[in-house]
Design a binder for this molecule. Structure first.
Ligand code: E4P
Length: 217
């Protein structure tokens, strides 16, 4: 399973990249605003900086909600760097734009997906990635993981090549469960990745090894 980090924070992106396990980055307008990145020029420059900091795919979301606007914005974003994946919302114009970009060989990520039907449409439109939002479904007492399982089943039935990018991942159990059910990618905060390191037996075992080494020297 590929690991993407879901942030626009360059320090956190670099930390995940340094760990050697990062496969890409996802951002959204809220994450950009959280880092104080506002205005078209600054936003485009920030995407360039993110692409320079990582080796993999970088999802950059369009703001337009009409087809022509999405195409215009998406073409500017895609021209920034071959790593850019044009992120489109799951609305009719987004599906149409997804088909347009996939026909041109430009990578796409269809976002804000909350049902199997939406995931099916994204795959039919040739999306590179589909982003079901696991955490946001869990937030409203709906089983987000079950949705991802169902999408896996449907995609496998027909051999769709669209990769399931489990988004809105919030913690390490989300990551582990996504891996168990065969999600192709997960995107979450840095803590959902570094949290996987933690085990008290690792810490106590290492402390014991070091103490025993000291005794013999
Ligand atoms: C997906 O690409 C989104 O950026 C993201 O995963 C949303 O996560 P949230 O529900 O924690 O805001």
């Amino acid at each position: 399973m590929k690991f993407f980090i879901d942030t626009a924070n360059l320090d956190q992106i670099k930390e995940a990249q340094d760990l050697g396990v990062l496969d890409g980055v996802t951002t959204n307008p809220s994450l950009m605003a959280k880092e104080g990145i506002t205005g078209a020029d600054k936003i485009l420059q920030h995407y360039r900086d993110i692409c320079d900091a990582v080796d993999g795919d970088v999802s950059a979301e369009v703001i337009a909600t009409d087809f022509e606007g999405m195409i215009k914005e998406g073409e500017v974003l895609a021209a920034l760097n071959p790593q850019i994946v044009v992120k489109l919302p799951m609305i009719a114009a987004g599906v149409k734009a997804c088909k347009y970009f996939s026909d041109k060989g430009i990578k796409t990520n269809v976002t804000l997906v909350f049902s199997v039907g939406q995931a099916l449409l994204a795959a039919k439109a040739g999306a590179t990635y589909v982003s079901p939002f696991l955490g946001r479904l869990d937030d409203i007492s709906t089983d987000g993981l079950h949705l991802i399982e169902e999408i896996r089943h449907v995609y496998d039935n027909y051999g769709f090549e669209t990769q399931i990018l489990s988004a809105s991942v919030r913690n390490t159990m989300h990551v582990i469960n996504c891996a168990k059910i065969g999600s192709d990618v997960m995107t979450g905060p840095l803590s959902s990745i570094t949290g996987l390191l933690k085990h008290p037996l690792t810490d106590s075992g290492l402390a014991q090894f070091l103490a025993d080494y000291q005794k013999g020297n």
